[in-house]
Design a protein around this ligand. Structure first.
Ligand SMILES: Cc1cc2nc3c(=O)[nH]c(=O)nc-3n(C[C@H](O)[C@H](O)[C@H](O)COP(=O)(O)OP(=O)(O)OC[C@H]3O[C@@H](n4cnc5c(N)ncnc54)[C@H](O)[C@@H]3O)c2cc1C
Length: 808
């Protein structure tokens, strides 16, 4: 089809249109062509790299917060190292390593944790002394440096040359690009992409890769799609050549000074991630903003300049070339957007690169091309899934408030319990005022403010040791363990599925048996075609043709998209998101049954385990399910959101007391209950997680064939519980686990187990170590701490407490 072209050579049709000629667009086009999609084209409204890419500092540092994000950058490093040989176009790859210094004990812990992670992910990194750091960076003042991490494989690249090489590689495989060709409209039909209007004419297409950098929110709006990306000013200082700089140096990061530093053309490049950045009004970045910069702002840069002069005394006499101020796009959580949009089929986002676009671009372009061609990324990338943001995040007010803070978090110490300060209260739960009255400390999830714990008296100081809220969370756990707890669950995603074909449809999309009789509650998984876990959920069957699915707070947009996309044209099924309409409270603990009786709701006490029923509590119409995420007996009780305060107050009057999500989290880790995105994701198959009991082999659920093919072989990894002997250690999750033969896996969640009196963790480890009482070591910021493997739940392994007949 694509040989039918307009006069200017633009095809009338292309299988895939990549919009935007920065690093993301060029890399995506290259990988599409490499995978055989020579019909792909790239449209750039100005010139290649003219948005942000041309002025990037272009450092490439491999280590990220997760293995898969790290692997994307490692892929980039390999690619950038070999592109010149492949294409004949230089990319300016300089492999001089990187150095991160610490000037206080908490930063030292932070970089030691990073060095431990690097080991886990196979990234070369070692902790070195201040003296050694000084030897690697002779211009550096090391007087206050207490240690550093050295990563030899990192480097930097010339961003424009890199894009030229990628385009050359793409063209050699038949793909084409068109400059001065702006997309002015995105065309959809029945919720699917069908074409684009451009300044040079219309092109029909089935798929778009939206790689439009700073302009992505506006570009997404052309297709009715939320793209929560916002521009922020981003600075680096350039000096004229300095005599003492000869050759190339590693990239030096002084995170406490908010600085990164490297040589540039014989002088210095001093960039910053200041604590609070400067948001940009998108109207300042019109369509003709090409190869442009923003005005210098020395007042804003002044504190970083001060820090830079301390770190590099030689800067005092250097001649300043310019203070470069370039715009870059950021997202509300600091991770980029990669994947198909929830709202429109065929619209794939590859944007919001949060100042690591050049480092990530090689791998991210590969992953985006793969996602477009195969319908799913090559590895789990839930951290980048555009569907992780509620629509409230797409507002200008929320984004312009949040992204300046996000720029600063790049160099913050990753203390556990760190909360964002900006763009709060986007969504409030029905009981928000009650929680305020109880002095809740709030955490934000999917825009919702959720109580983390109660009786907060002052802003807690953050630490890697026992947190300030340790005692309070312990008291809340004991409420659930000894009395009756009220747990706010209203933020959970709630999806109603109804209609004549609801049961057979759910039986196909869910792994468990959905044909069980009305009144049953079923724990199930959603699997992808490869058998990887997409979501875990509980399904209440209220009626023959009426179900409600309870999914994780942050999963609802993704799960809804998956569920609607797997509905067949001839199926009579209605799918409805009722998250806002329905409130949900957990009433848990040994006294819960007395609370129910005192309220005249003995019907609750008659409800069997994993059963659901409707009734009234204190004149409030409710449905209750006898399940537990905390390992204590009780119910999850749903009512209309408008009735939530009445229900809560009735439970409170009978002695039940609120318990926050940190206590819930501690209890679920003790019980070995998994949390999506922490312990399980699409890289996990049910057997590894011990969740194969959810598989109904008699039905043809999605993912079954892949699992059947693997059925003969035992999983090589298993999720287990770990119990620490030393009650004073504070595991946080994401730490290496070491067995006799070396690294065997990593912790995925961790907490203090108040009912056990010991710290506990869940960990994904080599299956051969998944034996009760096996002793392993956990690398906590470089210190090895012993823990005992438990193959089931660490607390109450038989589930006696939560299964106990409520009235017993
Ligand atoms: C000062 C500074 C320093 C940085 N340092 C680093 C670093 O050290 N390491 C690192 O990895 N990253 C760094 N970055 C970030 C990195 O440069 C960016 O993440 C990356 O360049 C973004 O690439 P992109 O392809 O997403 O966007 P862009 O390069 O902005 O490309 C988007 C393109 O889309 C085009 N476009 C938009 N709308 C349309 C339309 N409707 N039709 C057609 N075309 C359209 C634009 O013209 C533009 O060319 C830095 C950024 C800045 C500002």
């Amino acid at each position: 089809m694509s040989e039918i072209t307009a006069n200017n050579g633009l095809p009338r049709h292309a299988n895939i249109v990549v919009i935007g000629g920065g690093i993301m667009g060029c890399s995506t086009l290259y990988h599409l062509a490499k995978a055989g999609m020579s019909d792909a084209i790239l449209l750039e409204r100005n010139k290649l790299t003219s948005g942000t890419t041309w002025h990037s500092a272009a450092q490439v540092r491999a280590l990220r917060s997760s293995r898969n994000l790290t692997d994307l950058i490692r892929y980039s490093i390999d690619l950038y190292g070999q592109l010149e040989e492949e294409t004949g176009q230089q990319v300016g790859w300089i492999n001089k390593g990187s150095l991160s210094i610490a000037i206080n004990p908490d930063r030292m812990t932070h970089i030691r944790r990073q060095a431990a992670l690097a080991k886990l992910y196979g990234v070369a990194a070692e902790t070195i002394s201040a003296q050694e750091a000084g030897e690697r960076w002779p211009l550096m003042n090391v007087d206050d440096v207490i240690g550093a991490v050295w990563s030899p494989d990192d480097g930097r690249v010339s961003p424009s040359d890199l894009c030229a090489a990628l385009i050359k590689g793409a063209r050699a495989r038949g793909a084409r690009f068109f400059e001065d060709t702006g997309v002015t409209a995105i065309l959809t039909k029945n919720g699917r992409i069908c074409g684009v209007e451009t300044t040079q004419g219309r092109i029909d297409t089935e798929a778009i890769a939206l790689c439009t950098g700073l302009w992505s929110r506006a570009a997404g709006a052309m297709a009715g799609v939320d793209v929560p990306v916002w521009p922020c000013e981003h600075f680096y200082l350039l000096t004229k050549p300095i005599a003492s700089i000869a050759g190339n140096l590693p990239t030096l990061s002084d995170h406490d000074g908010h600085l990164y530093i490297r040589d540039d053309s014989g002088g210095l490049l001093v960039g910053c991630f200041e604590p609070m950045g400067k948001s940009i009004d998108p109207d300042r970045l019109g369509p003709d903003f090409a190869f442009q910069l923003l005005p210098e702002d020395w007042d804003h840069f002044e504190p970083m300049m001060h820090n830079a002069l301390h770190r590099l005394p030689a800067l005092e006499n250097a001649e300043v070339r310019m203070l470069l101020n370039g715009p870059e796009s950021f997202t509300p959580d600091g991770s980029f957007l990669l994947g198909e949009a929830a709202e429109t089929r065929g619209l794939f986002l590859g944007c919001g690169m949060n100042s690591v676009g050049v480092a990530t671009g090689g791998g991210a372009g590969m992953a985006l091309a793969h996602t477009i061609m195969h319908g799913a990324p090559p590895m789990d990338l839930h951290e980048a899934d555009p569907k992780r943001f509620d629509t409230s995040w797409n507002s200008a007010a929320a984004l312009s408030a949040r992204v300046p803070e996000i720029l600063g978090t790049h160099y913050e110490i990753t203390y556990p319990g760190r909360q964002h300060k900006t763009a709060r209260n986007l969504r409030r739960l029905p009981l928000h005022q009650e929680w305020q009255a109880q002095n809740a400390c709030f955490g934000q999830s999917f825009g919702f403010e959720r109580p983390l714990y109660f009786d907060e008296t002052s802003v807690p100081e953050l630490t890697f040791d026992r947190p300030a809220w340790f005692e309070q969370v312990g008291r809340e756990v004991m409420i659930a363990h000894e009395q009756a707890a009220i747990i706010e669950l209203s933020s959970f995603g709630k999806i109603e599925v109804s209609g004549k074909d609801a049961a057979s449809y759910l039986n196909r999309v869910c792994s468990a048996d959905m044909t069980r009789s009305p009144g049953r509650v079923t724990y199930s998984l959603l699997l992808n075609e490869a058998g990887g876990i997409l979501s875990d959920l509980t399904v209440c069957r209220f009626d023959q043709d009426h179900f409600r699915l309870h999914v994780g707070t942050a999963s609802v947009k993704r799960d809804l998209a998956w569920l609607t996309r797997h509905l067949q044209a001839d199926e009579v099924v209605t799918i409805k998101d009722v998250t806002e309409e329905i409130a949900m409270l957990g009433l848990m603990g040994p006294q819960a049954t007395n609370v129910a009786s005192a309220l005249g709701a003995d019907w609750l006490n008659d409800l069997g385990y994993f059963r659901t029923a409707s009734g009234e509590i204190a004149d409030v119409p409710v449905t209750a399910s006898r399940v537990s995420y905390v390992g204590e007996a009780g119910w999850e009780i749903s009512c209309q959101s408008r009735d939530a305060v009445r229900l809560y107050q009735a439970l409170f009057r009978q002695g039940a007391r609120p318990v926050g999500s940190l206590a819930v989290s501690a209890m679920r880790v003790e019980k070995g209950f998994m949390s999506y995105g922490h312990d399980i994701d699409t890289d996990t198959v049910p057997a590894e997680a011990g969740l194969d009991f959810t598989l109904d082999w008699s039905s043809d659920f999605i993912g079954k064939s892949a699992l059947q093919m693997a059925a003969g072989s035992k999983p090589t990894k298993r999720i287990v519980s770990l119990v620490f002997d030393d009650e004073m250690v504070t595991p946080l999750g994401n730490e290496p686990v070491v067995g006799k033969g070396g690294l065997i896996g990593k912790t995925t969640s961790a907490a203090f187990g108040y009912r056990l009196g010991k710290p506990v963790a869940l960990a994904l480890i080599d299956a051969e170590y998944a034996r009760d009482d096996e002793m392993v070591d956990i690398d906590l910021a470089g210190c090895h701490v012993a823990a005992r493997v438990v193959t089931g739940p660490a607390f109450d392994p038989t589930g006696r407490r939560m299964r106990k007949a409520a009235s017993a």
